[in-house]
Design a protein around this ligand. Structure first.
Ligand code: CTP
Length: 404
């Protein structure tokens, strides 16, 4: 299985290099995030990083001494040469923030401190997170260095834009610690779905009555979001078509917004050709108002009833285009879970259906966990009870993988 709570990252070692930029103040939060994934974290700082963040906080959070000197000892391997020991132990090097000066060093193979020397000696992947003043970042020297590093296989997480500590506005901000930790998680995950294109629908649809009111349902997009993240971590190329939700999808997925059932159908049709797997996790509204009022309907207009039309059933509509693709549906049911779900699977021509209980605590809409059953044409594949949506997402992908 993938890594629901970082479980296959437990044995992995990250060497976290911090260089001397103001954004180094975010480094302790990054260490905390990495530790939450159960990673073994070795912090290496350059001399100038010490002006921005103290070793005490870093060593307390990482549970290991902070290394700076070329000739200090790596714990447990004191007979080894430090930079080589670090280079060999690492499953990944992370440098955040990476200053313009440090990027220049890496791009030119300069190895005059413990961090640059270890990176030169490692075979592990390296993720660098540049952060600096906007003009330093756009300087052709820096751009060339970043391009050189990318060409050589370094992973570069481009800086975010916004207000910079130096007073300028623009690109150069270190991405938030959570974003950096996610990138580490992605790079260390087993990419067992690489080369697979997955189209996922998620969230509710909203059927507008007038510019103020609409019909919708209780879906929050949590289950769809968990599948999107799990699929991205496992190396799949993911497109998510989402109704209006308050969650953020994994940053590696391509996001397409679709408000209504009609818009979602159009988006699914447009994106189906390139996909190997379609996972319809969206709770598509079944009815839409017959008429949309351009103006707000006033109370005095005494709207006593609403004429509704059925929305198009997306799965049934695209069924003729299925070919060899794997189609996975969801069924949200309050009762007769298996019977209703099985009927839907057959009626909609699905390979698999995830039936989950709604209307009870700990399952369904807005909940962190789900209970239910996964069915395929062959029968029950998997029963789950109050399972974290993140874990269930990986399980669903395991079952999909078996069918590929
Ligand atoms: N679905 C769809 N188009 C719709 C409604 C639902 O493609 N207009 C998909 C959902 O994304 C889900 C599956 O069909 O994968 C079952 O959705 P569900 O709402 O449980 O079933 P319905 O077909 O709407 O039937 P009912 O509301 O009667 O249970």
């Amino acid at each position: 299985m993938g890594n629901p709570a970082g479980e296959d990252l437990e044995e992995k070692t990250v060497v976290f290099g911090i260089t001397g930029g103001i954004a180094a103040y975010k480094a302790p939060m990054i260490v905390r995030g990495l530790k939450r994934l159960s990673l073994d974290v070795h912090v290496v700082t350059t001399d100038s990083a010490g002006y921005f963040v103290t070793p005490l906080v870093l060593q307390t959070l990482s549970g290991r001494p902070v290394l700076t000197e070329m000739f200090s000892e790596v714990p447990g391997s004191s007979y080894e040469i430090d930079h080589i020991a670090l280079a060999d132990q690492a499953d990944l090097f992370l440098v955040a923030p990476a200053t313009a000066d440090f990027l220049a060093k890496l791009a030119h193979g300069i190895a005059d401190d413990l961090l640059s020397c270890s990176i030169l000696a490692t075979k592990a992947p390296v993720l660098v997170c540049p952060s600096m003043n906007v003009n330093m970042l756009s300087n052709p020297a820096t751009r060339d260095n970043i391009e050189t590093l990318k060409r050589r296989g370094f992973h570069v997480l481009e800086p975010a834009s916004g207000e910079l500590a130096c007073g300028w506005e623009g690109a150069g901000r270190l991405p938030e610690p959570d974003r950096i930790v996610s990138e580490v998680k992605m790079l260390l995950s087993r990419h067992d779905l690489s080369g697979i294109n997955i189209l996922i629908t998620s969230g509710p649809t909203c059927e507008d009555i007038d510019p103020v009111r609409y019909i919708t349902n209780r879906s929050t997009g949590k289950m769809g979001g968990a599948i999107v993240e799990a699929a991205c971590l496992r190396g799949a190329r993911v497109t998510v078509i989402s109704g209006p939700v308050g969650i953020d999808y994994a940053p590696w997925a391509t996001l397409i917004d679709a408000r209504s059932a009609g818009e979602m159908l159009d988006a699914v049709r447009e994106n189906l050709a390139g996909c190997d797997v379609l996972i319809m996790a969206a709770a598509v509204a079944d009815y839409t108002p017959q008429m949309y009022s351009q103006n707000k309907i006033k109370k005095g207009e005494k709207m006593t009833h609403l004429e509704l039309d059925s929305t198009p059933d997306i799965l049934s509509t695209i069924r003729p285009l299925k070919e060899s693709r794997i189609f996975v549906g969801f069924a949200a049911e309050t009762d007769n879970l298996k019977t209703y779900a099985q009927d839907k699977m057959i009626r909609k021509g699905l390979d698999m259906i995830v039936a989950n209980r709604v209307g009870e605590k700990g399952s369904g809409f807005a909940s962190e966990t789900n209970s239910g059953v996964v069915l395929s044409q062959e029968g029950v594949l998997y029963d789950f009870e109050h399972m974290a949506k993140e874990t269930l997402a990986h399980k669903i992908l395991d079952l999909v993988k078996d069918k590929l």
